[in-house]
Design a protein around this ligand. Structure first.
Ligand code: ZN
Length: 197
């Protein structure tokens, strides 16, 4: 089943236009609000099944692990589509941790799943938590990527592991000091934060 991820994001108003502060610290005119797409379980299921199909033909997975909050919904659906279990990492005082009594067996094959991969920073923090507990990272997955991974130098994901996504949204991003939107006098908002989208 081929799915057009850009069409889906547009259909559910998940492709936001404005002036955004990304978690990387850069500014952008666009933001992908995956929660708007995933609020429909049947859409999440369709996306996860398409992703699972790509993954299953390439690697063996025992467990899907997502960094909270962004990766939770798609990670859970992906685990269901793959028929494996699902765990998540979360930030405590800024540090990514595996909590809630989740366990990882030695050499357990873990796939890290995000909603959107930008530089892969949070995904790598989750991966390190799994590796610290003896798990083996077998790949990374996301609904879509932002055109940085796997090829650009800002990508933090290891080159020797596969990255599975269903599409590529390439948006221009700016360092705050070079941002044309800031220069035009507007102030960026942090999506997902209090009072914002
Ligand atoms: Zn700006």
């Amino acid at each position: 089943m081929e799915i057009n991820i850009k069409e889906i994001y547009e259909k559910y108003n998940a492709l936001l236009k404005g002036h955004f502060l990304l978690s990387s610290g850069k500014h952008s005119q666009y933001y992908l609000q995956s929660a708007r797409v995933l609020e429909y379980p049947e859409v999440a299921e369709k996306i996860a099944k398409a992703l699972a199909k790509k993954i299953q033909s390439q690697i063996e997975v025992d467990t899907v692990c997502s960094p909270a909050i962004g990766g939770l919904l798609i990670g859970y659906e992906l685990a269901r589509a793959l028929g494996v279990r699902f765990i998540f990492t979360e930030r405590k005082n800024g540090k990514m941790e595996l909590r809630r009594g989740f366990e990882v067996k030695p050499n357990e094959r873990v796939l890290i799943c995000e909603d959107i991969i930008t530089t892969g920073g949070s995904a790598m923090e989750a991966a390190r938590e799994i590796e610290k507990r003896g798990g083996k990272i077998v790949g990374f997955a996301a609904i879509a990527n932002r055109g940085i991974c796997p090829d650009k130098k800002e990508c933090k994901l290891p080159k020797n592991l596969p990255l599975f996504t269903l599409g590529n949204f390439e948006f221009e991003t700016y360092e705050p000091e070079n941002c044309p939107l800031c220069k035009a006098g507007s102030t960026p908002i942090k999506p997902g934060s209090r009072g914002n989208q």
